[in-house]
Structure formats: C-alpha cells, structure tokens
Design a protein around this ligand. Structure first.
Ligand code: PMV
Length: 317
C-alpha cells in the first residue's frame, strides 16, 4: 500500500480576535504559503497494530501506546477512529511536519490536526467532509487553547476566507477585488490559551467595561466584511487601526507588536494590527497596492523574524 500524504494551510485572523470567543463575528483567511503535512506510511514489518508518530519539528518520535491519552496526537487519532467506527489503526507510521510558525497565531496546531485527520481518513478510505474535519479538529483545539472559538479549525478545514460567528451559520466571503497583506512575525512566542484566559478574567471582573469592547470589535468585523469583499483598502485600514486600539484595551498587544505596526504604517501600509492571541506572534499589515516590498523591508528592518505576503482574492475562495 503506498504512503498517503495530506496537507493543510496556515491561517491569519484579519479582524475580531478575542471578541470572537464572546460570540462576536471575526474574519480570517487561509495562508497557503505555509502549511502542515502528514504522511501515513504503512508498516508491513512492524509488530501488529503498532502506530508510530514522528514529528521532528517538535522532537517527537514515539509509539502511540507510549503517548499520554490526552496528548493532542492521541486525541486526534481517537477522534478519527470514532468518526470512522474503528477501534484501532493498522500498523503505520505518521510523519508530521509543518512550515507554520508555532505559537504565532497562524493556526499551526489546527493545521497539524487537520493534515493528520485528512491523511488518516484518506488512508482508511473514509475521507470526511470539510465540516466533519473541522468538528473533529475543534475537539483537539480545546486541548491546545482551552476555550477556543473554533475559527482556526473552521477556516483551515474549509480553506476559504470566512466571516465567522461561533454557533451561527458561517459565511464564506465572495471576494470581488483583491487585497494584499504582509504578515510579520515578532519572533515572540505567545500562548493563545493564556491570553484567552487573561481576557476571560478581565471580563469576569468588569463585564461593564469589557463587553462593550467586544461589541465594538464585532461591529468593526461586521463593517470590514463588506470592505473586504469590495477591496476598499482605505476603509479596511481605518478599521484595522480601530481594532488594534481595542485589542490594546484588552491588554493583548506588546511593545514589539507596536513597533512592527508603526514600522508598517511608516512604510506606507494603509492599516496594521496584531493578529491572533497577541502578546507576541504576528502583525498583519494591509498594503495599498500589489507592491508590498517596501513594507516587507521595513518590517524586517524593525526586527520581524519572518514576513509572508499573501493576496486575498477570488482565487483564495
Ligand atoms: O492565536 P490564534 O490565531 O490561534 O487565534 C486566537 C484567536 C482568539 O480569538 C484569540 C481565540 C479563539 O479561539 O478564537
């Protein structure tokens, strides 16, 4: 039996992070320049039902039997078995790897889970729909992120830009005019689980302060939806600035994020904000034209450890 290989892209949140955990809308798009891959290699010589997992990016090389049952890879496999009504896998090796920066707000955990679900279900001859894959990955995201909104697993499983509200029908954005984005990594690792938990504490202490902030962020995401579809960069830039100021009030920005945002704006970006959990990870800047080079250079000069450019267009649907 030949090896089976599956892939899943990274993602970036454009508007609405954190507020999305409180049932406000958010907008995210897939970023296919970075991706996770999982290869299933059938073992003909291994002992019976032995599943081996190799993930060199995180120095993991282990038998499934020796992995904690709560480990995200063990839970992913259990989710797949439940979905396809099997009680064990045949002997195989899973080779998992990713070019998505870890703990940087680009969905690396969801992409790894989804690549693994796709590879295993293809291998078993029982491929799942995008919706089914997203639901399984959501269960694994809970281990990584505590109380996730589900936006990461959704956008990565569907590979489409989305207007996402937890618990409501999700809208796939039908882009009419392209927009060009530069994503820059601060190099500071961030824990979404921690930032989400900290915001949860803040809002529990002072709901009268924080719920209006979530509502304002939700309104921004709502206004950005139409601006994105129409490619209205001026309005998008303004909305990004407003969203960033509200994220600062949620205490999830950081000096380094602020420096990269200023550098992008000084180099001609029409808007810039942090993306994802914050306190590190990435900023996202909107370029006024397809020529993103001056913004990329300015971000690298300001200390970004990596820049990725991406276009949101009809083709990204
Ligand atoms: O850090 P990221 O990009 O994985 O996403 C975090 C987005 C939050 O809204 C902060 C949390 C969530 O679950 O939606």
């Amino acid at each position: 039996m030949p090896a089976i290989y599956a892939k899943a892209p990274g993602k970036i949140i454009l508007f609405g992070e954190h507020a999305v955990v409180y049932a406000q809308p958010a907008i995210a798009m897939p970023v296919s320049k970075v991706y996770a891959t999982t290869r299933v290699i059938p073992e003909v010589t291994g002992s019976k039902n032995q599943v081996h997992i190799k993930a060199p990016d995180i120095q993991l090389d282990v038998d499934l039997a020796d992995l904690d049952r709560e480990h995200p890879f063990a839970v992913t496999i259990q989710q797949v078995l439940n979905a396809v009504n099997l009680d064990h896998l045949p002997s195989l090796t899973l080779l998992i790897s990713s070019t998505i920066p870890i703990a940087a707000g680009m969905g690396s955990s969801a992409a790894i889970t989804i690549a693994t679900i796709r590879a295993l279900t293809d291998f078993l001859g029982k491929p799942l729909t995008a919706g089914e894959t997203s639901s399984l990955a959501f269960e694994v995201e809970k281990i990584h992120h505590g109380t996730p909104s589900g936006i990461d697993n959704y956008v990565i499983a569907h590979q489409k830009p989305v207007f996402f509200t937890h618990g409501k029908p999700i809208e796939h954005l039908e882009i009419q005019l392209p927009t060009h984005w530069v994503i820059a990594d601060t190099g500071e690792k961030t824990s979404t689980k921690d930032t989400v938990a900290d915001v949860r504490k803040l809002q529990a202490l002072a709901p009268e302060t924080y719920h209006p902030i979530f509502e304002q962020i939700g309104q921004i995401a709502f206004n950005a939806r139409q601006a994105l579809i129409a490619g209205n960069t001026d309005l998008l830039g303004q909305l990004m600035g407003e969203n960033q100021r509200l994220l600062e009030q949620l205490t999830v920005s950081s000096p380094k994020l602020g420096e990269l945002i200023s550098a992008a704006l000084a180099a001609g970006a029409v808007g810039a904000k942090l993306s994802g959990g914050g306190r590190g990870g990435n900023v996202i800047a909107l370029a006024p034209t397809q020529n993103t080079q001056s913004i990329e250079s300015a971000l690298l000069e300001a200390g970004a450890t990596r820049v990725i450019t991406t276009t949101l267009s009809k083709g990204e649907k």
